[in-house]
Design a protein around this ligand. Structure first.
Ligand SMILES: Nc1ncnc2c1ncn2[C@@H]1O[C@H](COP(=O)(O)OP(=O)(O)O)[C@@H](O)[C@H]1O
Ligand SMILES: [Mg+2]
Length: 304
């Protein structure tokens, strides 16, 4: 089971679009996939199920927020298995695509988790830190279903919920737009991930409890999205930002995702990720083949 978080501080860089398409293509190729929507904006949730379905069947008791709440309020385990949805409209391939829904009130969970970090003695602090941060990691270990890949769509911040995703992950995939603000945040993200891993592993080393294990989430790559192509390469206005990211010495994926507002904007309405749509026309084919190439490239890098 490989766990990949799709992460960037910036909103609107294509995290959810990439998560949905990658998950759909992997399932289409026969893999067993779980997606988890950790963004309170719930865009991934509503890419796969309708708002009505969510209201009726998930909102009250079957979202990832309810699962964090159980831990905060009652110190109990609500089993992640009981939250899993299998959205019919994206399950046409040979594999399976499951979803754990988000909730708009997930935003409040961060504050409450923060209060859980407080402790009297150094030992309490350490145990609380490890317990809170490894919450999702342990939750995923207890899943009954054998998934090939778990894809976590992160919110655009580095709050505690996001940190629980990083702590649980084998790999981080970082979509970014080639513009000033999006590329600025990447270096910061790299630093913050490094700091989290260092603190977590130090607490693990200091602890005499063998329950804890060191973590090592690896950046599988920066993925450029919303590239404007002219004459087969990114337009000159975007080149400096691509170069700037290259200088950061972080891995960059060979595949780039082009901008196509018309094709991508339709997604929620159709209810099927771009990569799975049956359409004709060269523009569509170009867009879809990028998503297929992305899937192949990632599969080659993260095979279990
Ligand atoms: N390659 C693309 N070209 C054009 N529009 C895109 C592309 N990828 C995503 N979008 C659109 O941009 C907006 C933000 O994308 P989204 O995946 O929700 O970003 P994030 O999850 O990082 O906030 C959405 O409206 C989406 O449809
Ligand atoms: Mg999103």
């Amino acid at each position: 089971m490989v766990i990949i978080s799709v992460i960037n501080y910036k909103g609107g860089v294509g995290k959810t679009t990439v998560t949905a398409n990658l998950a759909a293509e992997l399932a289409y190729r026969g893999k067993n996939i779980l997606t988890i929507d950790l963004d309170p904006q719930a865009s991934l949730t509503f890419s796969f199920i309708t708002v009505d379905d969510w209201r009726k069947n998930y909102e009250n008791s079957k979202t990832i927020k309810n699962w964090y709440d159980a831990f905060i309020d009652k110190d109990t385990e609500l089993n992640l298995n009981s939250l899993i949805a299998r959205p019919s409209r994206v399950n046409s391939g040979r594999g399976n695509l499951d979803l754990i829904c988000s909730h708009l009130a997930l935003i409040n969970v961060d504050l409450e988790l923060a209060t859980r970090l407080i402790g009297g003695t150094e030992r309490d602090l350490r145990n609380n830190y490890l317990r809170v941060h490894s919450r999702l990691r342990f939750g995923l270990e207890s899943l009954e279903e054998e998934y090939d890949y778990i894809l976590i769509d992160c919110p655009p911040n580095f709050n505690i919920v996001t940190k629980t995703a990083v702590t649980a992950s084998d790999y981080l995939l970082v979509p970014t737009k080639p513009d000033y603000l999006s590329t600025l945040g990447i270096e910061q993200l790299g630093k913050h991930v490094g700091e989290l891993v260092k603190s977590y592993n130090k607490y693990v080393d200091d602890s005499d409890d063998s329950e804890w294990e060191r973590i090592n989430p690896e950046i599988v790559g920066i993925l450029f999205t919303m590239i404007q192509i002219r004459n087969r390469s990114p337009i000159s206005a975007q080149q400096p930002y691509i170069q700037q990211v290259r200088r950061l010495n972080m891995p960059i994926l060979g595949t780039m995702i082009r901008e196509n507002k018309t094709i991508y904007a339709d997604a929620p309405e159709y209810g099927v990720p771009v990569v799975l749509r049956r359409v004709s026309g060269q523009t569509y084919k170009d867009v879809q083949s990028e998503l297929e190439n992305l899937t192949t490239e990632i599969l080659n890098m993260v095979t279990p």
